[in-house]
Write a protein that binds this ligand. Structure first.
Ligand code: NAD
Length: 391
């Protein structure tokens, strides 16, 4: 997002609150985090030095349930980032109908410069508070293995099994099916519902920026359902074909080359040209602020599905609305992983583990309901889908 992401989110909060006539005391409570922790973690490095790392955890709001969400380990981690992301998660959980409060945290460190032993020692020192207080998940720099270390450490300290206390664990360590595919799958369900509501024909043309975890899963599901994928880009470049890209063959190509660039039978386009491609639906699934004042007027899509967090700057949003473009906001479009993480905790608490079809069916039910709540609010109050979701 342009400017400070926390300030931008506050602006959206106030705008939505005014349009939805939300109680001003609720808004006052949401203007700042409930609890913020800053602490240090000493780690004995392989060369004998003592390194002291700074870590953060924000419990933004636990009105809806225990705090839940990611631990980010990056060299520029700070409290403002944890605060902004914790706020976002609070709203996302509410939009997704999840009984959880929003939180975020992280460590200021560069995992690529640490040995496995050093990194494991660092991760195991994070304070873990259990399934009913604060459930950490994965984010940048953390993954199935770090989550399994956290669980192992907590269970060792507590002396009992506690799978619901940590999210994004590997399936073998009582994690959930569909964890990796949750966000792309959720985006697919929301796209299907909004295109139906807008009366778009099957075979609508789709352009996708970002072909990683989220973008690829969403694209493959849309392709399977009959949408025509006409342009895709990743950080290395892009491809376009107005007759439609063979997404199955592309998958095999990307597995080998790790990029969409150079896929045969397509025109080469740049990473950002994809945003201006001739299409009906645009899916930004890479990074924030890619739709801005400088390119919004050239966007040809009628519908934007925000898979990345904050891909549209407030200035771009005004330009797009003036052109009649529909935007499905990030807090709804990409809340699939937040929903499936909540299912992971539920499975851990009951000690019953669901197969992939069950997780997918429950995700579909949950996110389609959230879509309809947002849709109905937007129609009833005559507001944008972003404002409706926040309301
Ligand atoms: P990823 O790292 O797996 O994939 C990112 C993709 O974007 C890659 O194809 C990469 O090449 C491309 N990319 C990176 N920088 C780019 C740039 N400047 N221009 C064009 N392409 C670029 O990440 P992901 O997990 O797929 O997440 C994508 C976005 O979705 C992120 O904004 C993330 O915050 C958001 N998101 C992810 C999840 C999740 O569950 N993974 C949940 C909610 C939101």
């Amino acid at each position: 997002m342009s400017g400070n992401p926390f300030e931008t989110s506050l602006k959206t909060l106030h705008e939505a609150a005014a349009l939805g006539h939300i109680n001003s005391e609720v808004i006052r409570l949401l203007e700042q985090p409930q609890r913020q922790f800053e602490f240090t973690i000493p780690v004995r490095m392989d060369d004998g030095r003592l390194e002291i790392f700074t870590a953060y955890r924000v419990h933004y709001c636990d009105a809806l349930g225990q705090i839940k969400n990611g631990v980010r380990v990056v060299p520029d981690m700070d409290m403002d980032t944890a605060k902004a992301l914790g706020f976002w998660m609070t709203i996302k959980h509410a939009v997704g109908g999840i009984p959880a409060g929003g939180g975020k945290g992280g460590i200021k460190a560069d995992p690529s410069k640490m040995s496995r032993r050093e990194y494991e020692a660092l991760i195991r020192e994070l304070p873990m508070k259990g399934a009913w207080v604060d459930v950490p998940g994965a984010d940048i720099g953390t993954h199935g293995r770090t989550q399994a270390w956290m669980l192992d450490e907590l269970e060792e300290i507590q002396g009992f099994h506690s799978p619901a206390a940590i999210n994004d664990k590997p399936v073998e360590a009582n994690g959930t099916e569909l964890s990796r595919e949750a966000t792309g799958t959720g985006c697919y369900f929301v796209t299907r519902e909004i295109t139906k509501a807008m009366g778009m024909e099957k075979g609508a043309r789709v352009a996708v920026q970002g072909y990683g975890n989220v973008g690829r899963v969403a694209t493959e599901l849309l392709y399977k359902d009959g949408y025509k994928i006409v342009a895709i880009s990743d950080i290395f470049g892009g491809i376009a074909n107005p007759d439609g890209i063979d997404v199955v063959a592309l998958g095999e190509y990307v597995d080998k080359t790790h990029s969409v660039k150079g896929f045969p039978g397509c025109t080469e386009i740049s990473t950002s040209e994809v945003l201006e491609a001739e299409c009906d639906i645009l899916i930004p699934a890479a990074v924030q602020s890619v739709l801005h004042e400088g390119n919004a007027a050239r966007v040809q899509a009628k519908l934007i599905m925000e898979c990345a967090n904050g891909p549209t700057t407030p200035e771009a949003e005004q330009i797009l609305y003036a052109k009649g473009v529909t935007i499905m906001p990030d807090v709804l479009t990409n809340c699939g992983s937040a929903i499936v993480c909540s299912f992971e905790r539920t499975q851990g608490l009951t000690d019953q583990y669901w197969d992939k079809e069950t997780v997918q069916a429950k995700l579909e039910e949950r996110i389609v309901k959230s879509f309809h709540e947002t849709y109905d609010t937007a129609k009833e109050l005559n507001v944008s889908y972003r404002d409706a979701a926040w309301i």
